[in-house]
Ligand binder design. Structure first.
Ligand code: 5GP
Length: 194
């Protein structure tokens, strides 16, 4: 997605070869029009799927997930990181957090997902795949179907893509970063087949 790649080049800050700070458009301040276009791009890639729900992880996945949900006209469920003020039983996965560098519990209440749901997972970044696989496993616990995973920024030099594809998950990433050496972001160029 050219608009997204241009913003990453102009505003993304590779603080080292592994971590991109995207605080001016995605992770702290949110560029609403960019998010709208991201939502539309996910919709165009998954529009043939009978999606009934979008699932993401709080908090940075919520903005792109919500925009995508408008196009599909379905609700968003975001997994919560701590089970405080939870009103019912829940599905739980323990995942390694890339940003917090520790294990965290993520939960979705059992009444938020039905067996009949056809779920599109959306998240902001894909690094080693722990967050996405945690969401996959929560949805599997509910017995719902997973249509695929939409990622805003994939760091393709980390192991997430391989792990998700090994699980048989369809993965669509809007910007795939090949490397971030010496502060320079290089993308993997892809031909998009619609
Ligand atoms: P993973 O679980 O795939 O290793 O990491 C994905 C999660 O960690 C995302 O939900 C995102 O919040 C965070 N993350 C991973 N890499 C980056 C990065 O380079 N920049 C930012 N801002 N967040 C990241």
């Amino acid at each position: 997605m050219k608009e997204l790649k241009d913003v990453i080049i102009q505003e993304g800050l590779p603080i080292n070869k592994d971590v991109l700070v995207a605080d001016s458009f995605l992770n702290h301040e949110v560029d609403a029009w960019l998010m709208k276009n991201i939502g539309q791009e996910f919709y165009s890639r998954f529009r043939k799927e009978p999606i009934t729900k979008i699932v993401t992880l709080e908090s940075s996945g919520i903005a792109p997930a919500l925009m995508c949900a408008l196009y599909f006209n379905v609700p968003v469920v975001f997994a919560k990181e701590e089970p405080h003020a939870i009103s019912s039983d829940y599905y739980k996965e323990t995942v390694y957090s890339f940003t917090q560098e520790e294990l965290v519990d993520i939960i979705i209440c059992i009444n938020r997902l039905e067996k009949s749901d056809y779920v599109l997972i959306i998240d902001d970044f894909l690094a080693n795949g722990d967050a996405a696989l945690g969401l996959v496993n929560l949805i599997k616990q509910a017995g719902a179907t997973i249509a695929g995973l939409g990622i805003v920024i994939e760091k393709s030099f980390q192991s997430g893509r391989e792990k998700l594809l090994a699980e048989g998950i369809r993965l669509e990433s809007l910007a795939r970063i090949a490397s971030m050496k010496q502060g320079k972001v290089e993308f993997i160029e892809e031909k998009l087949v619609r």
